[in-house]
Design a binder for this molecule. Structure first.
Ligand code: DON
Length: 304
């Protein structure tokens, strides 16, 4: 399959829609509100190491909730099965920052990809060591390039992260957070503020399409069984209350972020990242979702 041709076609088809598609950049984090919505990038890397990219694929953007895949990976590596002691594995059917479910379920987040779940994962990483440094080191190793935190975005998150602060305090109140809420939130805000390009994310997610093996070195990042589980969670929980619609229309494990990125996995074939900052009402990239639909239609690649 000529992936470069396919990505060029998708870019050519979607780029004219940038001005008219609608959607809104995330505005509840002021530093993200300043990003131009008129950008679209797409990149992939096959299990065999072939790459293809089109549009703004080399422009760094805020990975936001896509970081949750990698923090979960670190926590599974460190804790194994114990990672799941106080974190569920069911779709939430609620917005990613919802407080209601966490209250009624007594501080146990539904899954590691909603904000409460990712804050709980950050808590477990804080107990293990220098979580921020370890996450940056993992991402840098996985994509073969140094990856950084955008300090302005991190500050902006911390200044306006009222709902996340409430989620962390709820968990602390229920006794399901081990560490100090402020320390855990600092890790969470900084992981969301990591900046990467589509090309870097597509490479970094490569272990998810190759049974857990490092995309560049071939060494194990996760076991094959652990990798299947991360992919299953991405499919069922990776795009919040749009996960059913994503499975129905796209049929690939995906994880989105409010920076407008979506990382997707075709097991045994390739990993893919699309980015366009304007979001639909569920907080997922509007043109990113369209790009994935086009990709699946053009290639026939899907887990179903
Ligand atoms: O905590 C937040 O609200 C953001 N830093 C991340 C949310 C996010 O990316 C959800 N994604 N769709």
């Amino acid at each position: 399959m000529d992936f470069q041709l396919i990505l060029d076609e998708i870019n050519a088809e979607l780029r004219p829609q940038l001005a008219t598609a609608g959607g809104k950049v995330a505005s509840y984090i002021p530093a993200l509100a300043r990003v131009s919505p008129l950008q679209f990038g797409i990149a992939l890397r096959t299990c065999g190491g072939k790459t293809a990219a089109a549009g703004d694929s080399a422009t760094p953007f805020s990975i936001q909730s896509m970081s949750k895949v990698f923090s979960l990976t670190l926590a599974i590596r460190a804790l194994g099965e114990a990672m799941w002691d106080r974190i569920g594995r069911e779709p939430s059917g609620s917005p990613f920052n919802s407080l209601v479910q966490l209250e009624s379920e007594r501080g146990i987040p539904r899954n590691p990809f909603i904000n409460a779940g990712a804050i709980a994962v950050a808590d477990r990483l804080v107990s293990q060591g220098d979580a921020k440094a370890e996450l940056l080191a993992l991402l840098s190793r996985l994509c073969g390039e140094a990856v950084h935190i955008d300090a302005e975005v991190a500050r902006s998150e911390a200044d306006t992260g009222f709902r996340n602060t409430a989620l962390a305090n709820f968990m602390k109140g229920f006794g399901t957070l081990d560490n100090d809420a402020a320390t855990v939130l600092d890790v969470y805000f900084n992981q969301c503020a990591i900046a990467m390009t589509c090309e870097q994310v597509a490479c970094a997610a490569g272990f998810l399409c190759r049974d857990g093996r490092h995309p560049l070195a071939g060494t194990p990042v996760l076991s094959a069984a652990q990798t299947r589980r991360v992919n299953a969670l991405m499919l069922t929980c990776g795009t919040y209350d749009a996960a059913g619609e994503f499975a129905f229309r796209i049929g690939l494990p995906c994880k989105s972020g409010v920076g407008g990125g979506i990382v997707a996995v075709v097991p045994d074939q390739l990993s893919l990242c699309v980015w366009s900052p304007a979001l639909d009402p569920t907080g997922n990239s509007l043109l990113g979702r369209r790009a994935l639909e086009l990709f699946v239609a053009k290639t026939g690649l899907s887990v179903f």
